[in-house]
Design a protein around this ligand. Structure first.
Ligand SMILES: [Zn+2]
Length: 484
């Protein structure tokens, strides 16, 4: 699109994100919550099949996880806090009750915000609310058949829907917001957060308005995006489509759209129903819940580290922002780094380099994620200190950590066993240099007659004579002394 035309418009984006909570059972019954490998309609009972007269019983753990997420989203709880459930009435074949149990005006997360960097600049996006609700079942439409199949395994799986303020102004911000929610959900450990299995799904509301206009343009909602790239592309596509419509004198229709990942375009699904058609009313089968100080304190105690805290810690350690963000996006590595930085701040830089570098290659060769290795903050800090004290060369540190990956023997023992310890005794190294100077008299003459490169050859000879275990910095220093 012509950049001049594009710059006449401001983009307004809000995002709704469904997060499937990692509970053992569903939201209102004791059926299993993990339907991934289950045969259709095997994880069902009277309650989640919507049988008349069956009564829901609220899953306590779902409330605890939702509260924990609320605190991670900086929700401001005025305690005691009152929350309740409501019925959202609509008919759809994958929802046999004829209504959904959700939260209308007193949600589990009243408001909040998150902060994260976009192109190196901190950006704050408001969270309007987040509510608990049961998921719908799943419909499949066999090709060529004149019927559809219903699978209720997913019905009443606990979801939290996080609704943002319409605070985002670019596709890059929308993508970064979704990535930060993904970070927070994983740090807070409230969901398996598997995007492929739809544990997190994003609906993106996009509108455009002429720069300077106060009221919002009409928005479209693109549903069920489950990759960050798709969010970015769908926003860019919608912005172009809507500007072309407005410029051509047409109106943007308020509608629900889908995303075609092959054609890289959105398509119209249905015009949007108004909220008041749902005839919300308080759920008569579930009592309201008073969120107490004890409940909030208990939920907060489960949060050990959040991305925002980690960024502050990385900045205090004066580590580069770009590399730091690679670590932030990786909760397991971030947890290990956080421990190293707390207990052994001098090794923070070494730990960061290894965690975002060699460790990723090691996961590939070992075919095992970091979480299943024996590498914790302790061996990592120990190896870092051995490098810093000159006991270990950086290349030998890499070899040592590869051995420690599946071996919890101490780093010192393994390093000694493998002969990786660097010789840093000046007396011992001095003796090696004396013999090198005698044996390589011709190279010494070369150096003395002005050939600078001969110096490197002498260091190499000393390294070889020490079987690779001499400290090269010390060899250099001693050689310079002896040759001057
Ligand atoms: Zn059930």
């Amino acid at each position: 699109m012509n950049p001049q035309l594009r710059s006449k418009y401001e983009v307004v984006i809000g995002i709704e994100c469904h997060v499937q909570l990692a509970t053992k059972t569903k939201l209102f019954c004791s059926c299993g919550n993990d339907a991934r490998d289950a045969e259709p309609n095997t994880l069902v009972c009277e309650v989640c099949m919507g049988m008349p007269g069956a009564l829901p019983v609220l899953n306590k753990h779902a409330v605890e996880l939702a509260l924990r997420l609320g605190i991670a989203l900086n929700a401001e709880y005025k305690l005691p806090y009152h929350m309740k459930f409501d019925r959202k009435n609509y008919f759809y074949p994958d929802s046999p009750k004829g209504y959904q149990i959700t939260q209308f005006d007193e949600p589990v997360v009243p408001n909040g915000f998150i902060e994260f960097p976009v192109d190196g600049k901190m950006t704050r996006i408001g969270i309007t609310r987040a509510h608990l609700e049961g998921d719908a079942g799943k419909l499949t439409h066999p090709e060529g058949a004149n019927y559809s199949l219903v699978d209720l395994n997913r019905a009443e799986t606990p979801l939290v829907e996080i609704v943002s303020e319409p605070d985002m102004r670019s596709a890059a911000e929308a993508k970064a917001y979704a990535q930060e929610l993904y970070n927070i959900v994983r740090y807070a450990a409230v969901s398996d957060a598997n995007l492929y299995y739809g544990n997190m799904r994003f609906d993106v509301n996009v509108s455009v308005r002429p720069v300077g206009q106060a009221e919002f343009g009409t928005r479209s909602e693109t549903k069920n995006l489950n990759s960050f790239k798709a969010i970015e592309r769908a926003v860019e596509y919608e912005v172009r489509r809507q500007i072309v419509l407005v410029e051509g004198g047409d109106k943007v229709k308020q509608e629900t759209r889908g995303w075609n990942d092959d054609k890289l375009e959105t398509y119209s699904m249905r015009s949007k129903e108004d909220a008041d058609e749902y005839r919300y009313f308080p759920e008569p089968d579930l009592p309201p819940i008073i969120v107490t100080k004890a409940m909030v304190t208990a939920a907060a105690a489960e949060l050990s580290l959040l991305p925002a805290d980690l960024r502050k810690q990385l900045a205090t350690a004066k580590l580069p922002a770009a590399e730091s963000e690679v670590l932030v996006a990786d909760p397991v590595a971030a947890g290990i780094w956080h421990q190293v930085a707390l207990e052994n701040p001098a090794e923070a830089r070494f730990a960061l380099n290894w965690l975002i570098g060699d460790r990723i290659k090691l996961e590939e060769t070992k075919q095992q994620p970091l979480a299943q290795s024996q590498i914790t903050s302790l061996p990592l800090a120990l190896v870092g200190s051995m490098v810093r004290e000159g006991k270990l060369s950086s290349s030998n540190a890499k070899i040592l950590l590869e051995h420690l990956w599946g071996d919890d023997t101490g780093a010192n023992e393994v390093a000694a066993k493998l002969g990786l310890i660097q010789q840093s005794d000046e007396g011992e190294l001095g003796k090696i240099i004396d013999s090198v100077l005698l044996e390589q008299a011709k190279i010494v003459d070369d150096y003395k007659s002005g050939n600078e490169r001969a110096f490197g050859a002498l260091v190499g000879a000393a390294m070889k004579a020490s079987k690779g275990q001499g400290n090269p910095q010390l060899f250099t220093k001693l050689l310079k002394q002896k040759l001057s």
